[in-house]
Design a protein. Structure first.
Lengths: 266, 211
């Protein structure tokens, strides 16, 4: 029996879709069977980020309306085939075309087949958000170190609790260690102080993300990428491993030095 | 101050929906729905009584209210209220027990987050934080055993000697009775310890709490 995780944030543009794509890919790379579901009806883009847009025939609405079987709508990933599939959102419809009950039913069906179902929630707290959390067992809240994003994350945590989705976990995205060091950006402690939920990961800001997104690839597969490493750590934590947090302050060159000193890099 | 035609408050008899004027029933329903929406599922699982200040309700209108609040997980208790909401205070008792507060106190054992609003007839004690974007409004004192960063309104029905206390008192806005103050725009040093706010000469003053 699989587990349904919803990725949500309240605020738009904090990296929900990127996080969904990377966690999905990371979990598949770790040998799990993963289904990604884009619930952002009318503004889909998970398919674009994964480079699968040109393969869409049926979408989530076709499935819930019975126009096709679930299997027909699932798109296989370019690298992982059967073990990473995407159920795309409908682009030409409104969010209220799907009901929370239909989502619960769909999730129950997907859980039979997949180890992890990861839902990419739309921004906002309206109908689309309610659909996305309806069938979820667990929630991951994504935020960035900005006051507005943290405020919205707080609102979302309250709404998740009201919907009886307890103990959400937090991913802090786009952290810039140089700015934090200078005191120009909220640091992890500031955010933790307000939200007070367990932190699943801290993802450094890096141009790798933009480069890979525009290519329809995921950074989690790039062994040299810092955010890729951070996402891989998150995946291991989801799978129950204890992984220490990356030291974001450490510059790459220092990291390399340390490895030489400890005799690792010979 | 409050222009809503109906209010939901916790009282000695549990939740009470006070309806100011039942003759404007359509507007009453809309007002009720607005407040239920704003309160999220804060009242879920509780039952409420009705208190009419003016006008009467037909059985059909009672049914309408019942089905509306049922959508928010509340039940309607159709028994009449036992006592008027604001019991006249017996002066002699007040003299005898000056330090004893007559009001109800609500204990909240969780953090109040952005978008959540707590309205209570009495004192409020929060064992947790009150985050930015959250609001506490009550007729008595407010105690936050954590950080208060949202909006707090103590003594909301005119009790000028109401106080607001928090382990870390860094509110967005503080109101006591009719007096309003807000955090200064520049960043302040963080308070060292528990602080208490009270009205002194028509403005709100914060001081370190030492007892």
């Amino acid at each position: 029996m699989g587990k349904v995780i919803v990725i949500t944030s309240g605020k738009g543009g904090v990296g929900k879709t990127t996080t969904t794509a990377n966690l999905g890919t990371g979990l598949a790379a770790a040998g799990q069977k993963v289904c990604l579901v884009d619930t952002d009806i009318g503004l889909r883009n998970l398919d674009v980020v994964l480079g699968l847009e040109n393969r869409i025939v049926y979408d989530l609405l076709d499935v819930v309306e019975g126009n096709c079987r679930v299997r027909q709508a699932l798109i296989k990933d370019k690298h992982f085939g059967e073990s990473l599939v995407l159920l795309p959102a409908a682009q030409t419809r409104e969010k209220d075309a799907v009901s929370p009950e239909q989502m619960v039913e769909l999730m129950a069906q997907l859980k039979e087949e997949y180890d992890f179902i990861i839902l990419d929630s739309p921004a906002g707290i309206e109908h689309g958000f309610k659909n996305a959390i309806a069938g979820a067992d667990q929630a991951i809240v994504v935020t960035t170190p900005e006051i507005s994003a943290v405020r919205d994350a707080d609102r979302i945590i309250g709404l998740l609790e009201a919907a009886e989705l307890y103990d959400p976990q937090l991913i802090i995205n786009r952290v810039r260690p140089d700015m934090v060091r200078k005191g120009d950006m909220m640091d992890i402690d500031d955010i933790d102080d307000i939200l007070a939920i367990s932190i699943l990961g801290v993802i450094p800001d890096d141009q790798d993300i933009i480069v890979s997104t525009n290519r329809g690839e995921t950074v989690v597969m790039d062994k040299k990428s810092r955010p890729g490493q951070a996402y891989r750590n998150v995946v291991r934590r989801i799978l129950g491993e204890e992984v220490p947090f990356m030291d974001l302050q450490e510059r790459k060159i220092m990291h390399w030095f340390k490895r030489i000193l400890s005799g690792e890099a010979q | 101050m409050n222009t809503e035609l109906c209010t939901i408050k916790g009282t000695r008899e549990g939740l009470v929906i006070t309806i100011r004027d039942a003759t404007q029933f359509g507007e009453v329903l809309r007002s009720l729905e607005r407040q239920l929406l704003a309160s999220q599922s804060f009242f879920r699982g509780s039952s409420a009584k009705l208190y009419l200040q003016q006008g009467v309700l037909t059985e059909g209108q009672m049914d309408d209210i019942e089905s509306l609040i049922a959508d928010y997980g509340m039940r309607l208790n159709r028994e009449p209220l036992n006592a008027p909401l604001h019991r006249p205070v017996d002066e002699s008792i007040v003299e005898d027990a000056k330090d004893v507060q007559e009001d109800n106190t609500l204990l909240v054992r969780r953090t109040i987050r952005s978008g959540q609003r707590l309205h209570y007839d009495g004192n409020v004690v929060v064992m947790g934080d009150v985050n930015p974007g959250a609001e506490i409004i009550c007729t008595g004192d407010i105690l936050v055993l954590g950080s208060l960063r949202g909006v707090a309104h103590a003594g909301a029905e005119g009790k000028v000697d109401a106080t607001v206390f928090a382990f870390r008192l860094e509110p967005t806005q503080l109101r006591i009775a009719h007096v309003i103050s807000r955090a200064p725009d520049e960043k302040l040093p963080q308070p060292e310890g528990p602080e208490i706010a009270r009205v002194v000469e028509n403005s709100i003053q914060l001081s370190v709490y030492n007892h």
